[in-house]
Design a protein around this ligand. Structure first.
Ligand code: C2E
Ligand code: CA
Ligand code: CA
Length: 453
C-alpha cells in the first residue's frame, strides 16, 4: 500500500511548482490508477497549492508533523473528519509531493491479519487501532507477548500481542488433538504407574518371592526353668532376612502373610529349617527339649498341620523333644468337627498346645478344656505389672491361680528383670522367657549357647 502511495508521489514530484491548472489531471490520474491512493497534492515553499480533490488550494504544511520528514498519521481531513489518514511526503528542496492513504485500508489489514491478536500501527507519536480509530500518545501495554516490529523501508512500527488469558485459549483452540493426546497419555501413564506400583509393593507377591528365596529364617529364644534357670526349650520366632531392608520384625509382615495364606508354607519352611538345625543335637538332650512354634488359626483349617508335625518329629530321636504349638488367644480356633479331629490327632502324636498371649483375649475355661491345652503363656504386659500397683499385681496373681487350678503349666513371657523373675518363681511359674535370659538369636549362636546352659 505504501509502495503505491510512494510511487504516486515520485511520479508527481517533478511537476511541483507548475501551475495547478496544468497538473490537476496528472494528480487525478495517479489517484485513479494507483490502488489505495486517496489523494495527491503538490507543495511549494511549504504551501500546499494544488490538490487532486479541490484543485487550487492554499494551505500551510508543517514538515515537523512528518516522522523522519516522510510519514504522518493524521486524524482525518475536512472531507472525512472521522477517518484516519496516512500522508506520505516526498520533497526536493522547496518543492514537494504528498500522497495520502486511507486509514480504512490500514485498519482492515490490522483486523484481517490479527484475527486473534492485537495489532497496532504506530507512526511517530500517533497510532492506529484495528477499529480504525486514531490515537495520539504512547502505545498501550498489550497483556500477553507484546512485540514490536519496525519497517525497514518506511517510518512506521507495528506492535503485536494477545489479550489476557490468550495462552490457554490459544492452546485449546489450536491444538485440540494435542491436548486430547496429552490427557490420553497422562491417563495411560497414570494407570501404568498404578499397576506397577501395586505390583511392586504388593506384599503377597514380594513374600512369595522371599519364600522361594528362603529369606524367612528362624530365630530362637530360650525358655528357662523357673527354679534352676536351665534352658528347657526355645521359641522359634520368624525373621525376614530381606536383601534390601535387612532383618525385618515379624509383626511387620506376619499379618500380610496371614491374610494371603502364605503363612502356612512359611511356617512349614520354618519347621524344616528348625529340624535341620536342632535334630543333630537331639541325642544330647537330657529331658524332652520344648520347641515352641507359632501357629495361626488358618493353619488349623485342615489336617495338613498333623502331617507337618509328623514330618518335623520324624527328624528327632524318639522322646528327645516336645513340640509345642503356640496359638494366640487373640484369634481363637472355632470348635468344628475338623478342628476336633485335628487336635485329637495332634495329641496322639504327642504334640502339645500352648495358649499364647494369655490374658489379652477372651478364651473361656470351656475352651481351654475342649482343646486339651497344656501351657498358658502369660502375656508380657502382665509380667510388666510386677512392681507396679496392687491392682495390676492382683490380675497377674489371678491368672497364675487359675492355671494352677486348671493344672496347666505356665510360661511367663517378657521377663526382663531379676525382680520379675523372682516374683514369678516364688509364685510357682514353671517356665520363664525374656531378655533377662536371652534375646531371640540366630540358629548357630543358639546352638553354641545351648551347651553352656
Ligand atoms: P510372641 O509369639 O508373643 O513372641 C514373643 C515376642 O516377644 C517376640 O517378638 C520376642 O522377641 C519378644 N520378647 C521376648 N522376650 C522379651 C522381653 O524380655 N521383652 C520384650 N519387650 N519383648 C520380648 P518377635 O520375635 O518380634 O515376634 C513378635 C510376634 O510375631 C510374636 O509374638 C508372634 O505373635 C509373631 N510371630 C513370630 N514368629 C512367628 C511365626 O513363625 N509364625 C507366626 N504365626 N507368628 C510369629
Ligand atoms: Ca509365641
Ligand atoms: Ca506372646
Amino acid at each position: 500500500m505504501l509502495d503505491n502511495t510512494a510511487q504516486a508521489a515520485q511520479v508527481l514530484l517533478p511537476l511541483a511548482g507548475q501551475p495547478c491548472k496544468s497538473v490537476t489531471l496528472a494528480l487525478r490520474e495517479q489517484v485513479t490508477r494507483r490502488p489505495f491512493v486517496r489523494s495527491t497534492n503538490l507543495v511549494k515553499d511549504n504551501t500546499l497549492y494544488c490538490s487532486s480533490l479541490f484543485g487550487e488550494i492554499n494551505e500551510q504544511i508543517d514538515p515537523g508533523d512528518y516522522t523522519e520528514g516522510k510519514l504522518w498519521l493524521m486524524n482525518g481531513n475536512p472531507v472525512t473528519p472521522g477517518t484516519a489518514l496516512l500522508v506520505y511526503r516526498l520533497s526536493d528542496g522547496q518543492r514537494g509531493a504528498l500522497s495520502t492513504l486511507d486509514g480504512y485500508h490500514l485498519s482492515n489489514v490490522l483486523r484481517l491479519i490479527g484475527r486473534k491478536t492485537i495489532l497496532l500501527l504506530q507512526v511517530g507519536s500517533n497510532w492506529l487501532s484495528p477499529d480504525g480509530k486514531y490515537h495520539a500518545g504512547p502505545l498501550p501495554v498489550i497483556p500477553v507477548a507484546q512485540t514490536t516490529l519496525n519497517s525497514s523501508r518506511y517510518a512506521f512500527t507495528v506492535a503485536a500481542g494477545f489479550p489476557e488469558g490468550e495462552t490457554w485459549r490459544y492452546m485449546l483452540s489450536e491444538y485440540p488433538p494435542l491436548f486430547s493426546l496429552l490427557i490420553f497419555f497422562g491417563v495411560v501413564s497414570g494407570l501404568i504407574g498404578h499397576v506397577l506400583q501395586k505390583r511392586s509393593t504388593s506384599p503377597s507377591v514380594e513374600m512369595q518371592r522371599a519364600l522361594e528365596a528362603a529369606e524367612f529364617i528362624p530365630y530362637f529364644q530360650p525358655v528357662v526353668l523357673g527354679d534352676n534357670k536351665k534352658w528347657s526349650g526355645a521359641e522359634v520366632l520368624m525373621r525376614w532376612n530381606h536383601p534390601k531392608e535387612g532383618l525385618v520384625r515379624p509383626d511387620l509382615f506376619i499379618p500380610f502373610a496371614e491374610h494371603s495364606g502364605l503363612i502356612v508354607p512359611m511356617t512349614r519352611s520354618l519347621m524344616r529349617q528348625t529340624a535341620a538345625l536342632l535334630a543333630p543335637l537331639s541325642g544330647s538332650f537330657e529331658a524332652p527339649f520344648h520347641i515352641g512354634i507359632n501357629i495361626t488359626a488358618r493353619h488349623c483349617k485342615d489336617l495338613q498341620l498333623v502331617e507337618d508335625c509328623r514330618e518335623f518329629l520324624a527328624n528327632f530321636a524318639p522322646e528327645s523333644i516336645s513340640l509345642v504349638l503356640e496359638l494366640t488367644e487373640r484369634e481363637l480356633i472355632e470348635p468344628t468337627a475338623i478342628t476336633h479331629q485335628l487336635f485329637e490327632q495332634l495329641h496322639a502324636l504327642g504334640v502339645m498346645i500352648a495358649i499364647d498371649d494369655f490374658g489379652t483375649g477372651h478364651s473361656s475355661l470351656g475352651y481351654l478344656r475342649e482343646f486339651n491345652v497344656d501351657f498358658l503363656k502369660i502375656d508380657q504386659s502382665f509380667v510388666a505389672m510386677i512392681g507396679a500397683d496392687a491392682l495390676s499385681r492382683h490380675i497377674l496373681d489371678s491368672i497364675i491361680e487359675l492355671s494352677v487350678k486348671l493344672d496347666l503349666s505356665i510360661v511367663a513371657e517378657g521377663v526382663e528383670t531379676e525382680e520379675q523373675s523372682d516374683y514369678l518363681t516364688a509364685h510357682g511359674v514353671n517356665y520363664l522367657q525374656g531378655y533377662l535370659f536371652g534375646r531371640p538369636m540366630p540358629g548357630e549362636q543358639f546352638i553354641i549357647k545351648l551347651s553352656d546352659h
